[in-house]
Design a protein around this ligand. Structure first.
Ligand code: HEC
Ligand code: HEC
Ligand code: HEC
Ligand code: HEC
Ligand code: HEC
Ligand code: HEC
Ligand code: HEC
Ligand code: HEC
Ligand code: HEC
Ligand code: HEC
Length: 329
């Protein structure tokens, strides 16, 4: 401790020099950052060209967070769970900055040599994620490796920020709609439709149904192993089994409902009665398909109005009544 405070003025001078020096390197590196050139730049600094900084740094020694902060005051992570110590696995409880950036002695001895410290931003997305996954590898994170996002180069630090988070859970955006919407614009837009899950209203999140960290279900659905299991985890009354099943209901809720939103009532994918008539065009009853002409000229107009088919076929999700074969009761 005394050693350090004694060295303070010298260090301040060193810092100034180091920053000036690093700016020079920065410029040189920026100049070299043309396609094909980065490897050369690294090699010039004496680091093995194929190995990322991690490999270099991991062999080194730790200096402790206080030392890092003498030069990087602005790189704190206060106010996040990482900075708390009630949990023995947080960075603050373990190696501090160096839990993520790797041992920093060589970087410090080299007066801030950037080739001797891990900057997750410069790692491949998969390597960056592996770094976080050294701690975050349980529970809802177990299936990350090889998941849809991992495969497509979306990494932990695409969505999360350690040093400057904007939303809860250290997200890079204030809300999930905003975050997910940067890539899934079409989905976020559906939430503006007349009928939608109450995500915009804040009663629900994308993550109520999806786990962006990987799942055992299709489409990153959080619960179950089939789409329907995901729906019925909340809408349990639709789970069945029922005496009289309606095949599309058993098969896939999304054949009639758009889970993100639609301009039709009850988020239906088509406006009734056309919803039903996509499949029931040849039904004995009623004479189908209904169009404007039939509506005006036949007694079948009652099948077009109000809740249309479902006025009579109330139990469209299936019936438990002994005489419920036609879902009328
Ligand atoms: C003597 C001052 C000094 C100390 C102590 C220091 N650094 Fe640095 N560090 C620098 C300078 C200078 C740079 C280059 C300019 C910049 O990015 O701020 C740098 C850059 C970095 C970078 C970015 C690397 C890159 O590729 O752009 C990281 C990450 C980093 N330091 C982490 C740490 C950590 C973690 C510690 C503690 C183990 C630490 N530093 C201690 C001076 C220091
Ligand atoms: C939980 C992991 C984690 C911890 C702990 C952590 N960092 Fe970082 N740091 C990152 C990540 C990830 C980045 C990459 C960009 C970002 O998300 O801001 C980064 C970027 C940096 C950079 C480079 C900024 C740039 O623009 O390239 C510096 C410097 C830095 N951190 C210093 C520190 C210091 C000093 C500490 C300790 C006080 C620290 N970090 C603690 C994960 C961490
Ligand atoms: C040294 C272990 C360690 C490393 C490395 C680490 N974390 Fe954490 N992280 C933790 C612990 C422990 C918690 C707190 C969990 C708790 O108490 O619920 C946490 C919490 C979080 C949270 C939850 C914040 C909240 O408000 O709920 C996020 C998000 C997170 N980490 C992202 C990351 C990312 C991204 C990285 C990689 C850049 C990373 N972590 C690296 C240990 C680590
Ligand atoms: C596509 C965006 C996205 C990616 C990629 C992502 N996350 Fe998250 N993460 C979220 C969202 C949204 C939440 C909040 C909802 C929730 O808790 O599931 C979250 C929550 C968390 C939490 C706190 C809740 C919990 O489950 O403990 C941690 C920790 C976390 N993420 C770590 C990580 C790590 C580590 C990675 C990389 C392996 C990662 N995240 C990749 C979006 C993402
Ligand atoms: C009520 C549950 C639920 C909510 C809330 C929800 N989703 Fe989905 N999402 C689903 C289901 C179910 C599917 C599968 C639909 C299918 O395969 O027909 C899906 C599919 C997807 C797909 C991939 C298929 C496609 O249509 O492109 C993406 C991307 C997606 N959702 C993103 C989001 C985002 C972003 C949010 C938040 C704005 C969100 N979801 C909110 C249930 C939900
Ligand atoms: C940086 C861009 C990016 C962000 C941000 C992002 N995603 Fe994705 N997401 C992707 C890519 C790329 C795919 C793969 C698309 C594909 O396979 O067609 C994907 C796939 C998905 C899928 C479909 C998986 C499947 O099986 O088809 C879902 C669901 C999804 N993301 C949900 C989310 C949610 C929820 C969020 C916000 C927490 C989010 N994504 C944020 C890029 C992103
Ligand atoms: C996380 C719980 C949850 C999951 C999972 C879920 N829902 Fe919902 N659902 C809700 C909530 C909450 C509402 C809004 C109820 C309200 O506003 O009164 C809702 C509303 C609906 C509505 C509209 C009801 C109306 O009155 O307009 C339909 C249809 C629906 N959900 C179908 C589905 C389908 C299909 C799935 C699977 C893709 C699904 N839900 C998954 C919670 C969930
Ligand atoms: C064959 C088309 C079809 C399928 C498949 C279907 N639904 Fe529906 N659903 C409807 C229709 C039509 C309505 C409106 C009924 C009404 O207004 O009485 C509706 C209404 C709803 C409602 C809101 C009213 C209520 O009854 O609570 C929810 C919630 C719902 N469906 C959930 C589901 C779930 C969950 C599944 C999958 C297990 C599913 N639906 C499959 C056609 C379907
Ligand atoms: C995705 C295709 C599909 C959609 C959409 C659909 N159905 Fe069906 N429906 C079926 C199939 C398949 C059967 C079983 C037919 C069989 O057993 O001959 C069935 C059976 C029925 C039966 C019972 C017939 C019988 O004799 O057992 C009724 C009533 C029915 N559907 C009404 C509706 C109504 C009302 C809607 C609109 C809300 C609708 N269906 C939407 C595919 C669909
Ligand atoms: C005014 C009430 C009413 C309306 C509206 C109605 N149905 Fe029916 N539907 C019935 C009755 C009654 C039966 C005969 C039940 C039986 O045979 O036990 C029936 C039987 C059926 C059957 C099974 C019999 C068959 O033909 O094999 C299907 C499928 C069906 N309706 C589909 C529809 C569709 C699709 C619509 C909307 C376009 C619709 N129904 C509107 C009253 C109605």
């Amino acid at each position: 401790m005394t050693l350090r405070s004694d060295g303070s003025p010298a260090r301040t001078l060193a810092t100034v020099l180091v920053i000036a020096w690093a700016l020079g390197i920065g410029l040189a590196a920026a100049g070299a950052r043309t396609p094909g050139a980065p490897a050369k730049a690294t090699a010039a600094k004496g680091a093995p060209s194929a190995a990322p900084a991690a490999a270099v740094a991991q062999a080194g020694e730790y200096v402790g967070q206080d030392t890092c902060l003498t030069c990087h005051e602005d790189r704190n992570y206060k106010g996040t769970l990482h900075a708390t110590t009630y949990n023995p696995r947080t960075p603050a409880s373990t190696q501090g900055c160096e839990s993520c950036h790797g041992p920093g002695k060589a970087h410090v001895d080299g007066s801030g040599d950037t080739s001797k410290i891990v900057n997750p931003k410069n790692l491949s997305p998969q390597r960056a994620s592996e770094l976080c996954a050294t701690c975050h590898n349980r529970g809802g994170h177990m299936l990350w490796s090889g998941s849809q996002h991992d495969q497509r180069n979306v990494s932990c630090i695409t969505c999360h920020s350690v040093h400057a988070p904007k939303g809860a859970k250290q997200l890079k955006a204030k809300t999930e709609i905003e975050l997910c919407g940067t890539c899934h614009r079409n989905i976020a837009n559906k939430l503006n439709r007349l009928n939608h899950m109450p995500v915009r209203e804040g009663k629900m999140q994308c993550s109520s149904c999806h786990n962006p960290h990987g799942t055992a279900n299709v489409r990153l659905l959080k619960v179950g192993t089939t789409l329907n299991q995901a729906c019925t985890s909340c809408h349990s009354e639709k789970r069945g089994p029922v005496l009289w099943e309606h095949p599309p209901v058993v098969e896939n809720c999304a054949s009639c409902h758009d889970p993100h939103g639609s301009n039709n009532e009850r988020m239906l994918v088509a406006k009734p009665p056309f919803l039903c008539q996509r499949c029931h065009v040849t039904a004995r009853h009623p004479p189908t398909p209904y169009d404007g002409f039939l509506l005006r000229t036949s007694g079948n107009s009652n099948k077009m109005y109000g809740r249309e088919c479902a006025v009579c076929h109330q139990m469209v999700h299936g019936s438990n009544a002994p005489a419920g074969k036609a879902f009328l009761r």
